[in-house]
Design a binder for this molecule. Structure first.
Ligand code: PGA
Length: 256
């Protein structure tokens, strides 16, 4: 089964609208040669930067996503953003359950699941993040943690809905630390995720789901990581904040 590579930049709380626009303008010519059949390129700016980035990316091969969404359609949820609001702003993708949301903002598998269902209902393409903490890996609990995150986060989804979801495996100990899982270590974990998806949704769906790696992916290690059988791209933090490094990473990831 061939799965199209997807490289997404998670800008986190970086880039004002003006800075985001400038980044996309700089990125466009650098990635113009990446054919849509070879890879999907996504950038995920903060909410207030979305509209400017959508405008700057229009007509290019760069797609735009948000970093979170609330599950309700509207109402008294101060500080939150609905799926319809993201769609109106031009977002196509949305990151859900990032480990920083889980760690600092009380996100759970249950709330990820609610957000996921709202995103799918609105026609957004979700990128669902999972990953184990350092002590969980060292305690031999990685698979147990990932299985729980997958079962809880994806609960109640139909196969058709699952086929619209991207999974991002991000070992928490590798995020922003410069420590990357070795390609072999990451592949073992991606293979476990693939098997779990096959168990939950059947092989026909499971084999088609794209699983990104995230956590200190950079131009130097992207090729080896994405060359692994079950690694279908990356979710990139730090290296996505400069046009040159993000472009180099994308080109290396898809180099044969
Ligand atoms: P990093 O972040 O590439 O800076 O490690 C990845 C992420 O948190 O999505």
């Amino acid at each position: 089964m061939s799965r199209k590579v997807i490289i997404a930049g998670n800008w986190k709380m970086n880039k004002t609208a003006a800075e985001g626009k400038a980044l996309v303008e700089a990125l466009k010519p650098l990635v113009a040669d990446v054919c849509p059949e070879c890879a999907e390129i996504v950038v995920c700016p903060p909410f207030t930067t979305l509209a400017a980035v959508v405008e700057a990316a229009r007509g290019s091969n760069i797609k735009v996503g948000a970093q979170n969404v609330h599950w309700a359609e509207s109402g008294a949820f101060t500080g939150e953003i609905s799926a319809a609001m993201l769609k109106e702003a031009g977002a196509e993708f949305v990151i859900l359950g990032h480990s920083e949301r889980r760690q600092y903002f009380g996100e759970t598998d249950e709330t990820v699941n609610k957000r996921l269902k709202a995103a799918l209902a609105a026609g957004l393409k979700p990128i669902v993040c999972i990953g184990e903490l350092l002590e969980e890996r060292e305690g031999g609990r990685t698979e147990e943690v990932l299985a729980r995150q997958l079962e809880g986060g994806l609960a109640g989804l139909t196969g058709e809905e699952m086929s619209r979801v991207v999974i991002a495996y991000e070992p928490v100990w590798a995020i922003g630390t410069g420590k990357t899982a070795t390609p072999e270590m990451a592949e073992l974990t991606h293979n476990f995720i693939r098997c779990t998806l096959n168990d939950l949704f059947g092989r026909e769906i499971g084999e088609g789901v794209r699983i990104q790696y995230g956590g200190s992916m950079k131009p130097e290690n992207a090729k080896e990581l994405v060359a692994q059988r079950n690694i279908d791209g990356g979710l990139i933090g730090g290296a996505a904040l400069k046009a040159e490094s993000f472009s180099a990473l994308i080109h290396n990831a898809i180099a044969k």
